[in-house]
Structure formats: C-alpha cells, structure tokens
Design a protein around this ligand. Structure first.
Ligand SMILES: Nc1ncnc2c1ncn2[C@@H]1O[C@H](COP(=O)(O)OP(=O)(O)OP(=O)(O)O)[C@@H](O)[C@H]1O
Ligand SMILES: [Mg+2]
Length: 241
C-alpha cells in the first residue's frame, strides 16, 4: 500500500492529440481523497474537470503522472482497467446513461451482473438498491416513464451495485430541477458520511458547496483549493491534512 487514500493522483497531465491542435487539458494536478470524503470539483466550462474525473476513474489514460486507487498504482493496461473500475468505482453522469429498453431494476441488474451477481440474487439486490434511493415502487418502470430526478436515482442505485468504495459523478444534477438535484446530492452525501465512500462530484451548482468537505476549483487545467482560488479562507476537515 502506498498510502491510506482511496484516490491519489500525482503530477497528472492530459494532452489531447486527436485533432489537428494539441489541447493540454490537465496541467499537473495532485489530489488525494480519503475514505468518507465528499469532494466538490468546480470550475468554468473547458477547464478540464471531466478530463480529470475520467483519469481518476480509470477511464482515460493520463499523458503523464500517476494515479493510485485504494493504494494501488493504476497500471493503465487495457486488460486491467475494467477490473479496477468494476471493483472500486461507481460512475454517475449528467445524462444518466440508462439503457432505454430496460426497466429500472434491469438497469441496476446489468451492473450487478458485471460484478458477478446473477439470477434471483441480482433481482433482489437490484430491488434493495432501488429501495435505498427511494424508488422501490418504480422498479418496473422504463426510463421514459421516470422523471429526471428518478432517472438519476436509478443511475445512483446502479453506481452502488457491488458496493464500490469510490463514487464519481460528473454534473449529476445538471439536468435536474433544484428539488430533485438536492435529493440526488443528499444521497451522495449520505453515501460518503454513512457509507464511508469517497465521493467526487463535478458541478457548477453552488448549492452543493454546503455539503462538501473539500472544494477544488479548476481553471485552465490546474487545480486549487476553492478557498485559496476565490476567497483565501479555509474550511472543512480535509484542510487539516
Ligand atoms: N477527446 C478530446 N479531444 C480533444 N480535446 C478534448 C477532448 N475532450 C476534451 N477536450 C478539450 O479539453 C479541454 C477540457 O475539456 P473537459 O471536458 O475536461 O472540460 P470541463 O471542465 O469538463 O468542461 P464542461 O464544464 O463544459 O463540461 C477542453 O478544451 C476540451 O475542448
Ligand atoms: Mg465536463
């Protein structure tokens, strides 16, 4: 074990070179997320938030730098990344990314099956996960028959499948009205506080700040604690590190 952090990144850079121009999207980011922490990542559009979250989530290979998940270095070999993601990381996206032809319960079951839970056990577990996000009575609904907030709660139930210690959410309230957004954030906050999960949320929503143990501000590919970047004041228990 390198450390006690659930997620650690050191000297992370990402340069996109697909197009005719190189884009240096992330420029030397260091970050540490302990167990039970609810971390908010803010910053203007194009500042590199999704790029950073994707590298922390082992979806996108850094151009330079290192990531440790659960204290283990990420090897960035194609065959090992799905295993790390399935075992340790649940993802929640702005656009929910539910299978439109599957019911709420089936959407959650798919994630359970990927983690080796099948048959009747998967069905029971899916229902329990939907119950935990307040959707016990919607298990048989198709995504088109759910509200935006309900769809996002199905996505959270799906991210909880297999009980991953890390949850990463990219603008999870971006498509929601303020009440539904609050319900979603409270679920994520509870996952950190009571479930001892490490939760990293990318959001433009200032209202999430009150829930966060630590707020980072990203600008032009670089990360600064929000208080330093904006106010110069320190809050939150993680500041004591
Ligand atoms: N696949 C890609 N190929 C080339 N450039 C990319 C790619 N993905 C992102 N970029 C560029 O990298 C920069 C950072 O993008 P990123 O999506 O990480 O920003 P963001 O902070 O999440 O923005 P938003 O708030 O709008 O979602 C942008 O300039 C973007 O155009
Ligand atoms: Mg983004």
């Amino acid at each position: 074990m390198q450390n006690n952090f659930r997620i650690e990144a050191s000297g992370l850079h990402k340069v996109y070179e697909e197009g005719p121009v190189k884009v240096h999207a992330v420029r030397g980011v260091d970050v540490k997320v302990p167990a039970g922490a609810f971390v908010l990542l803010m910053g203007p559009s194009g500042s590199g938030k999704t790029t950073l979250l994707s590298m922390l989530g082992c979806i996108l290979k850094p151009t330079q730098g290192k990531v440790w998940i659960m204290g283990e270095p990420v090897p960035w070999e194609e065959h090992s990344l799905p295993f790390i993601r399935r075992r340790h990381i649940g993802f929640i996206f702005q656009h929910f990314n539910l299978f439109s032809a599957l019911t709420s319960a089936e959407n959650v079951e798919v994630a359970l099956k990927l983690r080796g839970v099948h048959g009747r056990v998967a069905k029971q577990e899916a229902r329990a996960l939907l119950d935990a996000v307040g959707l016990a009575e919607r298990w048989n609904f198709m995504p088109r028959d759910l509200s935006g907030g309900e769809k996002q709660r199905v996505a959270i139930a799906r991210a909880f499948a297999g009980n991953p210690p890390i949850l990463l959410a990219d603008e999870p309230t971006g498509n929601l009205d303020s009440h539904s957004g609050r319900v979603v954030i409270e679920l994520l906050k509870r996952a950190a506080d009571q479930g001892n999960r490490s939760v990293v949320v990318v959001s433009h929503d200032m209202r999430i700040m009150e829930f966060a143990d630590e707020v980072f501000f990203m600008e032009d590919g670089r990360l600064a604690p929000y208080q330093e970047a904006i106010h110069g004041q320190g809050t939150g228990r993680l500041r004591e590190r």
